[in-house]
Design a protein around this ligand. Structure first.
Ligand code: FES
Length: 116
């Protein structure tokens, strides 16, 4: 993978990954930019968020890129266990209460997950 780490949102049209590479339901760090974004799949629906937990600014993925998705609905930070709704990134439990993940608007086109 290539690309400099960025703290901002990826540009429109950027391909973040492929639907077929995502567990269903499940979540993974993007192939784009060394996992700077996480992709959450539930059926044909994909939501995406910057890969930074708002509690202590740590990545949400485990080694290898897997992201924990509890009951197919809640992204769980592996560091201190904060959980976030897969739909909108709002914190629903744990030490990041009152905060949320930063969403990235995406669409699936021809099996590619692209930034809108
Ligand atoms: S860094 Fe995610 S819960 Fe602390």
């Amino acid at each position: 993978m290539t690309g400099m780490p960025v703290s901002g949102l990826p540009k429109a049209g950027t391909v973040l990954g492929h639907l077929d590479d995502l567990p269903d339901p499940g979540a993974r760090a993007s192939t784009w930019n060394d996992g700077a974004v996480i992709l959450v799949r539930r059926g044909q629906t994909v939501t995406a968020f910057l890969n930074t937990c708002p509690h202590a600014q740590r990545p949400l993925n485990l080694p290898g890129g897997k992201v924990m998705l509890h009951e197919g609905q809640f992204i769980v930070c592996p560091v201190h266990g904060a959980s976030f709704a897969a739909t909108d990134g709002v914190c629903v439990g744990g030490p990041a209460a009152g905060y949320g993940l930063t969403g990235v608007e995406v669409e699936v086109v021809g099996g590619e997950v692209r930034v809108v």
